[in-house]
Design a binder for this molecule. Structure first.
Ligand SMILES: [Zn+2]
Length: 109
């Protein structure tokens, strides 16, 4: 199933929050693997606007050696992750309040 960027009823996997702009574009905040490239490990939050394409990323330190050896991540990672969500929500909310870019129409199928 293809998830259309401007469909408010479909939330892509990893979505944390979505914000509707005044012209009905959507700013999506979601979790991603980032540089780790493991399907079940997230190392960053990314916000992206479906109207103008502007985006921002917040990464937290992920210790690959600890992950591979089954050790716990540094407790500080949880703080960075929480900070990334907070910053992502603030950026997304602020962007959604001021962005006037219209989403590109989807090609008919
Ligand atoms: Zn925008």
């Amino acid at each position: 199933m293809t998830i259309v960027a401007n469909d408010i009823t479909q939330w892509p996997p990893g979505t944390v929050a979505r914000y509707l702009t005044v012209v009905k574009a959507i700013v999506t905040l979601s979790e991603h693997a980032g540089w780790v490239r493991l399907p079940d490990v997230f190392t960053e939050h990314r916000a992206e606007c479906s109207g103008c394409g502007d985006h921002e990323t917040w990464s937290w330190r992920f210790n690959m050696a600890a992950h591979e050896e089954g050790r716990r991540q540094d407790p500080h990672v949880a703080e960075l992750k929480a900070k990334g969500v907070k910053q992502g929500r603030e950026w997304s909310q602020a962007h959604a309040e001021r962005c006037r870019a219209l989403p590109r129409p989807q090609a008919s199928q």
